[in-house]
Ligand binder design. Sequence first.
Ligand code: PBE
Length: 280
Amino acid sequence: GARSSGAGDTVVVGSKDFTENILLGEIAAQLLESKTDLKVVRKLNLGGTTVNFNGLKTGDLTLYAEYDGTGYSAHLGHTEPITDPDALFDQVKKEFEEKFGLTWSEPLGLNNTYTLAVPRALAEQYNLKTYSDLLAVDEQLVFGTTNEFMGRTVDGYEPLVRTYGFQFKDVATMQTGLRYKAIENGDIQIMDAYATDGKLKEFDMVILEDDKNFFPPYKGAYVIRMDAVEAHPEILETLNLLGGKLPDETMQELNYRVEVLEEPVDQVARDFLKSAGLID
Ligand code: PBE
């Protein structure tokens, strides 16, 4: 209908339920408001990956920020290892267009990969550098995972443990935002961090090297309904202005301002867009 998120004059922006993804939703919303005449509706902090993807497919959403590795594994269901990480984005985009009627904007610059992080003191005590180094201490460590990581069947906890042969002492599932507190309290000793987490700096964590290349790259970009882009090409043109503007360090700094300094999301998004010269 005239008011659907596909062909109408309204853009509905979704997001997942963690800081970076909410920020990316807000950045898209503000930029579209400033550069187009479209009405923008925010449905940020909507839920996990599945909720957003389903919302996009049914037309409840017009776009949200996604990651190519997540597209490859969670949405396209590929289980075979990625042979060419550089070509991953193009492959995922092509398959999304063909299978789902969804397209991708230019990559934003960040690669928010899953990574294993441990407190620096622990890494130094056991000289931990790679995931395989964990095999010497895994039976002493409690692994804290996000609900989403626990549920993922391709790039999640179970396949990770199988690939490396880990035998952690225990596993505790928790909300994304609570993992660092659990590390601090000593409830867990290792977690599935996100490479661009703002709290990685504050909590003095060490990121270990994925020596078996278990995780694919997770380049961030917006996934958008193609019917909306056909009706309003300015949606894609506008979001493509963000291509390459958010490398890891920039994104992590914005996440840090929201998560650690507790600045409001809309302010941090606006500051970024101004400093990138995209809004006045
Ligand atoms: N990630 C890594 C996941 C969560 C952490 C950003 C690729 C995702 O949201 O798909």
